[in-house]
Design a protein around this ligand. Structure first.
Ligand code: SAM
Length: 222
């Protein structure tokens, strides 16, 4: 098994620091073309038993969350925030730039943790990038951000009860979804929409309307 330094070297060798049109304030190590990194990653990652490089792209969910936070810094100021399934960590970096009290990123892919670590350095912020599997943990956050997490049925089934549990324990859970098939249709309150430019290499369109939802919990006893 490779270590964090090997992951960081791989990321720096196969990506370039860039920003996105929607979030020009944040620079991230990103793949410029999908095919080369997917191929490079596939061989190297297969040898090391690691997932595809989601962390090398900034998904519409993460971009929308970051835009919302940078435009509404009071939302996260002095709050303890979790960027769940953080990928490259764009939402977490936005929170740190906006003076959140504490920003934790969690992603089951150790390459994503490495990407978040070096992206934090690139943007001169401090993130806690130590957490991998947080699903099932007791809530310790004021805000949980979830960018683009409903792209597979098993993942949605796995995370949804835990997200609801965290919301019941007091966390404000925000889901940013660009119309993925498995987004549950109940218990969501839309709070903001963005048109996010996308690449045809990743999506089947050049723009995705992405909605930020608050997971609303019924607090009235039945
Ligand atoms: C489509 S990417 C979204 C990344 C980022 N939130 C964004 O919007 O740019 C989904 C991410 O979910 C992570 N992931 C999948 N299952 C997870 C789980 N059970 N716990 C934490 N992260 C998970 C993947 O490793 C991947 O980085």
């Amino acid at each position: 098994m490779k270590n964090l330094d090997d992951f960081k070297k791989f990321i720096i060798a196969h990506t370039q620091p860039k920003n996105t049109a929607l979030v020009p304030e944040i620079t991230l190590y990103q793949a410029s073309k999908i095919t080369p990194i997917w191929q490079a990653s596939e061989k190297w990652l297969q040898e090391n038993n690691i997932e595809p490089p989601f962390w090398a792209f900034v998904w519409p969910g993460g971009q929308s969350l970051a835009r919302y936070i940078l435009d509404n810094p009071e939302f996260v100021q002095k709050k303890r925030v979790l960027d769940f399934a953080a990928g490259c960590g764009i939402a977490a970096i936005a929170c740190a730039l906006c003076q959140a009290a504490y920003v934790e990123v969690a992603d089951i892919d150790p390459m994503a943790q490495a990407a978040c670590t070096i992206n934090a350095v690139l943007n001169q912020v401090i993130l806690d990038c130590n957490t991998q599997n947080v699903v099932g943990a007791s809530n310790r956050w004021d805000i949980i951000l979830c960018g683009d997490v409903c792209y597979e049925a098993p993942m949605t089934r796995h995370i949804w009860p835990w997200l609801k549990h965290c919301a019941e324990q007091g966390a404000e859970v925000i889901i940013a979804d660009p119309g993925r098939a498995y987004l549950p249709q109940k218990e969501l309150e839309a709070i903001r929409q963005y048109d996010v430019p996308t690449t045809l290499e990743l999506e089947d369109c050049t723009q995705r309307q992405t909605t930020l939802y608050r997971l609303s919990i019924d607090t009235h006893p039945k």
